[in-house]
Write a protein that binds this ligand. Structure first.
Ligand code: SAH
Length: 264
């Protein structure tokens, strides 16, 4: 109702507006609770304003935090994360935080997407041949798949929840990305049709490494996945497939949604 609108400024012309609605990617902005500022609803598109500048700041933060691969930074700067989140969350889209995407699932935070993408590019096979065909387990809203589509030749991404699979399709359609293939299925079984993969990346954390993932990985390829560590807490695991077997490296603690079996 009109009565509830703030008196002034009800709406600013976009030229005078901040890059995103107040609060976006500005940690110093006071939170709504107790704030004397008028509460202005975020512009629905978020974004017609100047999201490139906001992404530019996000990319600088990623670089400052240690992401150094130029292709990864360019992909993070290109893909508009705000298009993958609910309109109510648009003003948080470029903060380094995971956000709900429905059905109890989350879009991973930008720093972990960039970190994992950079790890994939470190595979021995990739160093000689570039990043060819890859498999992502856990499409979710499709954001990471879009980023991966910028750094890999071909991306197969598999999601077990039909509603999210459809949502990702909707989100990706306007981007007209032709090298990202969406599959509805149980990613615990991998996706043999696309194998062997130069890299496999999981966006959901399991209890152990599915044999199928190892089987479907190319020689010289790399798998990056959250996995339960010895104490039950999740760690990021890197597995390189070498001529002498699988070489595992345990990296930092992470916090991903669980890997589940079956399609729902
Ligand atoms: N990469 C996603 C993150 C989604 S969260 C993004 O950018 O939004 C992880 C996703 O993994 C969830 O959508 C969850 O449903 C999915 N998932 C969990 N177990 C799975 C499985 N066995 N096969 C396919 N997807 C799975």
């Amino acid at each position: 109702m009109n009565q509830r609108r703030p008196g002034f400024p009800a709406r600013l012309p976009s030229a005078a507006s901040p890059a995103l609605p107040a609060g976006a990617a500005r940690p110093a902005t006071p939170k709504a609770a107790g704030s004397p500022l008028p509460r202005i609803a975020p512009a629905p598109s978020g974004v017609g304003l100047d999201s490139a500048a906001v992404r530019g700041r996000m990319v600088r933060r990623l670089a400052d935090s240690g992401i150094s691969n130029a292709a990864v930074l360019a992909a993070m700067g290109d893909i508009e994360r705000h298009r993958f989140v609910d309109s109510a969350l648009v003003n948080q889209a470029y903060e380094d935080t995971s956000l709900p995407i429905g059905l109890g699932q989350t879009i991973s935070k930008p720093s972990i997407v960039a970190r994992m993408a950079e790890l994939l590019l470190g595979a021995p096979l990739v160093k000689t041949e570039g990043l060819g065909r890859i498999l992502e387990i856990g499409t979710g809203c499709g954001y990471q798949a879009a980023v991966l589509g910028r750094i890999a030749k071909e991306v197969y991404t598999i999601e077990r929840l039909r509603a999210l699979h459809e949502k990702a399709r909707e989100n990706l359609r306007p981007l007209r990305i032709s090298n990202v293939h969406l599959i509805l299925g149980d990613g615990m079984l991998g996706y043999p049709k696309g194998a062997p993969y130069a890299a496999i990346i999981s966006a959901a954390g399991g209890e152990g490494l599915p044999q199928q993932w190892c089987d479907q990985l190319a020689l010289g390829g790399r798998l990056v996945a959250p996995m339960a560590g010895p104490d039950g807490k999740q760690i990021l695991l890197v597995v390189d497939k070498t001529t002498t077997g699988l070489k595992q490296t345990v990296l930092e603690a992470v916090n991903f949604v669980p890997l589940k079996s079956g399609v729902a």
